[in-house]
Design a protein around this ligand. Structure first.
Ligand code: FES
Ligand SMILES: [Fe+2]
Length: 384
């Protein structure tokens, strides 16, 4: 039997498939193997709607961001026609990455031989070789990538057969409508390079069992009075979600509660009394609390490496306030305190998963969403 067929033999996963209270987590090689990781790129990231940011990150014509989705470099740019487009971040001459970071531009100009593209991706200049290229430019536009906007959030897909994102996300638009996410502004993105597999970070976010032990002096000080969980089967979309009931804002540390904004005006029902955490599949985690929104964007770069970005979002009205600059640091402090605590937990878990033999693990009743996520991964990675 080849190494590949051993790694993916369905028999290994029978106990992951059991009901949550009897099930085991994915085996350790799902977090360490380069072969497994390569298949994730092909079967998960290449065939899903992937998060690409909030529209406020490209607010004006010419604004662009770059990102890397499981090894695929992309540009997202707003055109003069105000339309937002995504392209492979790769020159049609000889493949050079065109842009890095984010910024604004009138043309997308390659740093190597200075070929230039307009904001619709059309090749418009080929200096010194204009005559050679006459009549050929129209075949050398930037390669477009499918991009759709859901409630102010941009998603990209490499698979043109996927249903529209609004359909793929099922009831999510209705669930988070009170936060009016199209009206948000992304005010800060901060990233960390984590020595851990992206799935460990996703699972950690959905594991309430760790909170008193990993966050004893921080998150655990804020008393949670109730929890609700919905798997991706129960949400009817490509996301799973949990909700916690608590007093105050989950976007602030307990000692900073008095520094926060008023509650968002559009919230009703349970959303006035807690925090909603929808987790897009495959790799995006939202926190929507009573006065702000944050997004953890997970970008896998290797089986044991993930770039974690925490994006902070506030309403246009909050950002326009004269006290915004005074209040925002308390929200950033919360992320800058909690994320390293989770990073450390994930990194230590990664180290413990580097084993020469298969050892079974165990899920508990507080980890039902980790179980749902692992099974979603298996549905794509292992076919009977
Ligand atoms: S590779 Fe871009 S202009 Fe040559
Ligand atoms: Fe945590």
């Amino acid at each position: 039997m080849s190494t590949t067929s051993v790694l993916f033999a369905p028999a290994h996963f029978a106990k992951v498939r059991l009901p949550p209270h009897e099930a085991e987590p994915l085996p350790h090689w799902a977090y360490t193997s380069p072969v497994w990781f390569e298949r994730e790129r092909e079967r998960i990231f290449a065939r899903a709607w992937n998060y690409a940011g909030h529209v406020s990150q490209v607010a004006n014509p010419g604004d662009y961001i770059t990102l890397d989705i499981a090894g695929v470099p992309l540009i997202v740019v707003r055109g003069q026609d105000l339309k937002i487009r995504a392209f492979f971040n790769s020159c049609r001459h000889r493949g050079t990455k065109l842009l890095r970071g984010d910024g604004d531009c009138k043309l997308i100009r390659c740093p190597y031989h200075s070929w230039a593209y307009d904001l619709t991706g059309a090749l418009v200049a080929t200096p010194l070789v204009e005559e050679d290229m006459a009549g050929q430019r129209d075949k050398l536009s930037l390669h477009p990538v499918r991009l759709e906007v859901l409630d102010g959030f941009m998603l990209v897909a490499f698979d043109n057969t996927l249903p529209p994102v609004a359909q793929a996300m099922g009831s999510l638009s209705r669930e988070w409508s009170g936060y009016d996410t199209a009206n948000l502004v992304c005010t800060r993105r901060k990233s960390w390079e984590v020595k851990g597999n992206w799935k460990l970070w996703y699972e950690n976010f959905n594991d309430s069992l760790h909170v008193p032990f990993v966050h004893p002096g921080t998150l655990a000080k804020q008393k949670v009075t109730g929890r609700q969980r919905a798997s991706n089967v129960e949400t009817d979309g490509d996301y799973l979600a949990h909700f916690t009931m608590h007093a105050g804002s989950r976007g602030l540390l307990e000692e900073d509660q008095a520094l926060g904004f008023q509650r968002l005006p559009g919230l009703t029902g349970r959303y006035t009394q807690g925090t909603y955490y929808p987790c897009l599949l495959p790799a995006t985690l939202f926190g929507l609390t009573i006065d702000c929104v944050w997004v953890y964007e997970l970008y896998p770069t290797a089986p044991d490496r993930t770039t974690v970005v925490a994006a902070s979002l506030f309403t246009k009205e909050q950002v326009a306030r004269s006290d915004f600059a005074a209040k925002a640091p308390a929200y950033y402090r919360r992320l800058d305190t909690i994320v390293p605590e989770d990073n450390e937990a994930v990194e230590q878990q990664q180290e413990g998963l580097c084993l020469p033999v298969g050892l079974s693990g165990k899920f508990t009743h507080l980890e039902t969403l980790c179980h749902a996520f692992d099974n979603w991964v298996l549905d794509r990675m292992v076919t009977e």
